[in-house]
Write a protein that binds this ligand. Sequence first.
Ligand SMILES: [Fe+2]
Length: 257
Amino acid sequence: MWWTGEMSVTEHPPAQPALRLYRDTGAKPSMGLHPNGVNHLALSTTDMKTQLTFFAEVLGCPTRALYWMHGVPNTYHGFVELADDSYIAFVQAPGNPTEPIWGVTHSGNAGDPVTAGTMQHLALNVDSIDDVLTMRDRIRSHGIQVLGPLDHGMIQSIYFAGPEGLSLEVCTGRDIDERQWIDPDVQRLCGISTDELQALTTPAGFERPDEPVAQPAYDESLPQMHYPAPVRTHLMGMPDADVWKNLSESTPPVALD
Ligand SMILES: [Fe+2]
């Protein structure tokens, strides 16, 4: 296990130029750069085969990877493809709890409560209402009950369940106009002022600096990845170059000729 067993004996390699180590061209993207999609949403499973089978048979999503999860002992990672840059990535660890606690770990449907910070439901995209209807029929042809479609104005949706309590949706829609879809009543309930809303709808840009920004000091008032404190201190204190060099596992499990 890379983040515990080797902790006290990690040998840091000599400093290397960051540009070479990161295959970094030094290019400066647009100041409007922001994440442009979900590359993979990782969902916990206790039955990898059932999840991969559901996504392949019921939804038509091909399995693209199934391998030992890097740096995590005894844990599988399985990727099903939504698009060529978008996947659902199941994680099967030996200690994963098996029973949902409705309203705590799982919502069970697209409207019920669940613990803050966990997934309420997962909406998968298709390109048209005909595609939504085709998915409705495909899902029902496997005996799975589907609610919908229904029209939310900005998107049209169907709702159904997946294995292990997944709450799923398939929908179509794009280019949401915030002038129509930000309700002043809800804005007020959220405590968002007019100026704050302006900042939310037009976020500040960011120019890539000439030199990398140093790791900030630990601040308990800010979000932190959850690790035992000594592990977190060790990991967050590692130079980026050491993380890249020592923790990367880039070789696929199967070599092609
Ligand atoms: Fe939704």
